[in-house]
Design a binder for this molecule. Structure first.
Ligand code: FAS
Ligand code: PHB
Length: 393
């Protein structure tokens, strides 16, 4: 067994979209970084998650110089469809805001960023689950871990970026007397199916039904991504694909008239929660992405929030390199201001469209009245549209 030290500007914990984008943007500014990832390259690249990108996320990919494939394969959406029982309405997002939302899977984004990292010779330590952070409130924070070969690596950094997701270690290094956590766990999950069949709609459909919520999205013109609301504790094993198609078809109603079913490429259940940790900084450690916040995927905000954090943190590091630490000091407060607004939007759409076991007839009427108000009000549609394309960065 041997040991060695590596000096770098930023030690990045996590090679998900946040860590990979941060490393790429810093590299373009001459700021060095080293990435430590708990799991394998294959597992990171095999994850199937988000699909809808805000304009800011598209800009981030362009800033990072990794937008070539995205611009070949992207699908731009000019609206979103909200449905209730047998009614539906298409909110003309492009007409209202002047912006599209873009469909390009997170799986592809992660691959684009990993390939860019490897092309530039970026140091990524894969399969290193036991990082130890030290000196976070000093001028010389460090990260120590063992490689899969058993070598001990110590990263001597100027900063640590906690990009290690909801289940990571970085947030847990914020002292309990300084950390404030806010959480809402929803009484349902989402079962997602990826299938190589043409999507039923040109725009994303968000559909409420007495049996439960369902969503129709896509990854391309030949690959669809569908979801149904599930009850707590249900797993993929409770949902043979025939049960999924029956529920999806019933909940979508006439909107699924042109549905073609098939065997899934992937099926997975995700719990739904809203979560925010404050502050997103401790000494010289900064949190970005799911390490600091989680949204229910109803608003398609998770990945987009992560990229907004990373863009903001990058600009703060660029200022630091020029001798100005004020942006780093402002990072947490400014990021949280936008995060809470996205939490609100995601919570609002989730509450509007899902079946809650505790809801009485009154709450169900409130949901329907909210839908009817949206259909009848340009102001209500503008509110949804401007949040869906992404609030100003
Ligand atoms: P990630 O969780 O993606 O990445 C964190 C990385 O850190 C992981 O690779 C992890 O292995 C690593 N890590 C953890 N602990 C570590 C340690 N101790 N040391 C080193 N590395 C460590 N968002 C949407 O907008 N729409 C969706 O439909 C959607 N669906 C989702 C479904 C699921 C099941 C999940 C979990 C999330 C979903 N999201 C969705 C949100 C998701 O896209 C996140 O917002 C996005 O992955 C955030 O990226 P990161 O912040 O990089 O976190
Ligand atoms: C997806 O395409 O996976 C998707 C789209 C919209 C959402 C959530 C997920 O709100």
């Amino acid at each position: 067994m041997t040991g060695r030290s590596i000096e770098t500007d930023v030690a990045i914990i996590g090679a998900g979209p946040s860590g990979l984008l941060l490393s790429q943007l810093l590299h373009l500014e001459g700021i060095s970084s080293v990435i430590v990832e708990r799991t394998t390259r294959e597992r990171v690249l095999g994850r199937i998650r988000a699909g809808v990108l805000e304009r800011g996320t598209v800009e981030a990919m362009e800033e990072a110089g990794v937008d070539a494939r995205m611009n070949e394969e992207r699908i731009d959406h000019d609206g979103l469809i909200i449905g209730f029982d047998s009614d539906s309405y298409e909110i003309p997002v492009l007409d209202i805001t002047g912006h599209y939302v873009t469909v390009y899977g997170q799986t592809e984004i992660t691959l684009d960023l990993v390939e860019a990292a490897e092309a530039r010779g970026q140091e990524i330590f894969w399969n290193c689950p036991d990082s130890a952070l030290a000196g976070l409130t000093s001028d010389a924070p460090s990260v120590q871990f063992k490689t899969r070969e058993g070598d001990t690596i110590t990263i001597e950094a100027k900063f640590v970026a906690g990009c290690d997701g909801f289940h990571g270690i970085c947030r847990k290094h914020i002292p309990a007397d300084k950390l404030r956590e806010f959480e809402r766990t929803y009484p349902f999950g989402w079962l997602g199916v990826l299938v190589d069949e043409p999507p039923i709609s040109h725009n994303v459909i968000y559909k409420s039904h007495p049996d439960g919520f369902s969503l129709a999205s896509m990854r391309s013109t030949t690959r669809s991504r569908y979801y149904v609301q599930t009850t707590p504790g249900e797993t993929v094993d409770d949902w043979p694909i025939e049960r999924f198609w029956e529920a999806f078809r019933k909940r979508m109603g006439p909107l699924a008239a042109n549905l073609t079913t098939g065997d899934p490429i992937e099926m997975s259940v995700a719990p739904l929660r809203s979560f925010v940790a404050e502050p997103m900084v401790h000494g010289r450690m900064f949190l970005a992405g799911d390490a600091a916040h989680i949204v229910p995927p109803t608003g398609a905000k998770g990945l987009n929030l992560a990229f907004a954090d990373v863009r903001r943190l990058t600009r703060a590091f660029i200022a630091w390199k020029k001798g100005d630490e004020s942006r780093l000091q402002a990072y947490s407060g400014e990021a949280l201001d936008r995060i809470w607004k996205a939490e609100r939007f995601s919570w609002y759409l989730t509450t509007l469209l899902h079946q809650f076991p505790e809801h009485s007839g009154f709450e169900k009427r409130m949901q329907r009245a909210d839908f009817d108000y949206i259909v009848s009000s340009e102001a209500a549609q503008k509110t949804i549209a401007e949040n869906y394309v992404g609030l100003d960065f």
